[in-house]
Each structure stands twice: as structure tokens, then as C-alpha cells.
Design a binder for this molecule. Structure first.
Ligand code: CP
Length: 314
């Protein structure tokens, strides 16, 4: 059960809440594979998707998740909206609130935007990624993917590699995977690891060979150039040499270690293309599949007490 109005991050999710989302998502994964219909779950519920930043995986999977559950899904047409005429985010929230949506899914380039909207609207808000702050459904789908592939998601050594400084995925994964009882090592150049991040209870190293030692899970992050305001790296070629995941570096992990990447992926920059395609070790496509089920579970759990759902079941 999720006893909350919104899902804004993983920082305040309890272990029980995380496990309840993952367990329901496992059911939805099974149903999706076996053509079991769940099209009555969100009948009468209106879901608006508001994406102020580009997205492939998150936007499409939230749209399919809502549709599979029978919600009325509206994709907010940002290019044709009055945002281009200077309307503020809060005025937009107030306008949407007056149309009685039940769920708002928002992605925004500014950290804190999802929380700001959630304080203005009555309906549930789901953060689909805000600046370099949080991306909770990504972390939840990563946790479920690890459990599916390794049979557990606690007591593991997890290496998160690359551009930690600009990554909402790293932050949400740190909170979520720590709560589930895993050890986290962050690996990256000094310029891409925020100072003081050890306070989150993680280990930090700038050497891939040290950081990957005996890892069960290797999570590779993209260089988030769109959030870099200057020269953080000498060159991408040098970055790949020191931090790009390749066979040589993978030799330091446990033999059955899995490779994860939230996507979009830059082959030859943060990961070797052949390694990304190695289905024995790479779970990148599985992450996308699990993402749909996780989003179905979150939409379902956040609206369990909604009066329109009760009406539908009567
Ligand atoms: N991982 C992720 O958030 O991908 P998109 O930007 O394509 O949604």
C-alpha cells in the first residue's frame, strides 16, 4: 500500500512501500506477458502526462501504463500550449487543477518542479524526472530488474558509474537501494562526483578497477551534457578509456554481475556497444520492459482510495 498522495522521489519511501510497488509490478509483468487484461482498474480516472523535457522510455511507458489500466490518458501538448506565451508553472498547475485530473505525471528540467506542482493541485503527482534531483520510477524499475535477474535486491554490492553529479537516476537509486539494504559504490571523475555525497552512506572512488571489484550490479550512467554548463571532461575518448565500461573493466566484477543503463545510451562513450548487447550480462532491454509494469503499479497504488475507483467497483 502507498499511503501518500504523490510519488515525488525515493528519499522518503519505506522498504515496505518499495516492496509493495515491486510486488504489484511483478503481477502486472506477468499479466502483460500473458495478455491478461487490467483495463477496468483505472476506469473513470483521468491521467495527464506533462513532459517539459524530452523522453522516450518514461513518457511512452506512462502512456501505455495508463491506457492498459483503462485510464483516460491526456498527453499535454506542450508545443501548442500557453506555456509558450509566458504562463508560469504555478498558473498552469492551477489551470489543470480546475479540470479535475486525478493523476499528473510530470517531467521538468528544474529540480523541485514536481513538488511545486503537487502543492498546488488536489490530484496525485508523479515525478517522472526533475532536473538532477529525482527519477523515482526509474529507481523502482531498476530495483525490480535486479531482483528478477539476481533473485534478491538486498545485501548486494552495487557500482554506479559515470556522471553522478548531473544524474537524478543516481540519486533515486542511492536512496532506494540503500533502503533495501545494499552497499553502493560511486565511481567517476572528480569533476562528476558532488563533494559531500559520502554523507548519503555511499563509498566513492575515482578508479573503475577499484570500484568494480566484486560488484554484483554495474549501473552505467550517460554523460548528461545538457546539464553541463562548462568543461567537465578533457575529451569523450579519454573518458571512455578511464570510465567507459568494457570487457577489461568487467573482469573485476563478480562473474555473474549484471550491467544496467537507464538509457538513452551513448555507445563508445560510457559503455562498449558489444557489452551493452550481451544479453547474458546486460539487462538494459529488460529494464524497459519492467518499467511499464512499475508505472502500472504506481498509477494503481496511488489511486487505490480514489472515490471514482470505489464507484467503478460498486
Ligand atoms: N531513463 C529515462 O528516463 O529515459 P527517457 O529519458 O527516454 O524517458
Amino acid at each position: 500500500m502507498l499511503n501518500r498522495k504523490d510519488l515525488l522521489g525515493t528519499f522518503d519511501l519505506s522498504k515496505e512501500e518499495i516492496l509493495s510497488i515491486i510486488e504489484l509490478a511483478e503481477q502486472y509483468s506477468f499479466d502483460n506477458k500473458n495478455n491478461v487484461s487490467n483495463s477496468k482498474v483505472l476506469s473513470n480516472i483521468t491521467q495527464i502526462n506533462l513532459f517539459f523535457e524530452n523522453s522516450t522510455r518514461t513518457q511512452v511507458s506512462f502512456e501505455i501504463a495508463g491506457t492498459k489500466l483503462g485510464a483516460n490518458v491526456v498527453n499535454f501538448p506542450l508545443n501548442n500550449s500557453s506555456q509558450s506565451k509566458g504562463e508560469t508553472l504555478l498558473d498552469l498547475a492551477s489551470t489543470l487543477n480546475s479540470m479535475f485530473p486525478d493523476l499528473l505525471v510530470i517531467r521538468h528540467p528544474n529540480s523541485g518542479a514536481a513538488q511545486l506542482i503537487s502543492e498546488k493541485v488536489k490530484c496525485s503527482v508523479i515525478n517522472a524526472g526533475d532536473g538532477n534531483h529525482e527519477h523515482p520510477t526509474q529507481a523502482l524499475l531498476d530495483a525490480q530488474t535486479i531482483r528478477k535477474r539476481l533473485g534478491k535486491v538486498s545485501g548486494l554490492q552495487i557500482a554506479i558509474c559515470g556522471d553522478i553529479a548531473h544524474s537524478r537516476v543516481a540519486r533515486s537509486n542511492i536512496f532506494c537501494l540503500k533502503t533495501l539494504g545494499n552497499s553502493i559504490r560511486l565511481i567517476g571523475p572528480k569533476t562528476l562526483i558532488p563533494s559531500g555525497i559520502e554523507d548519503f552512506g555511499v563509498a566513492v572512488t575515482h578508479n573503475m578497477f577499484d570500484g568494480l571489484q566484486d560488484a554484483d550490479v554495474v549501473m552505467v550512467l550517460r554523460l548528461q551534457k545538457e546539464r553541463m554548463g562548462g568543461g567537465f571532461l578533457a575529451s569523450e575518448r579519454e573518458y571512455f578509456h578511464y570510465y567507459g565500461l568494457d570487457e577489461k573493466k568487467m573482469k573485476h566484477t563478480k562473474p555473474n554481475a549484471i550491467i544496467m543503463h537507464p538509457g538513452p545510451m551513448n555507445r563508445g562513450v560510457e559503455i562498449d556497444g558489444d557489452l551493452a548487447d550481451d544479453l547474458n550480462r546486460s539487462v538494459i532491454t529488460e529494464q524497459v520492459e519492467v518499467g511499464l509494469a512499475i508505472r502500472m503499479a504506481v498509477l494503481d497504488l496511488l489511486t487505490r482510495k480514489h472515490p471514482l475507483r470505489k464507484k467503478c467497483q460498486e
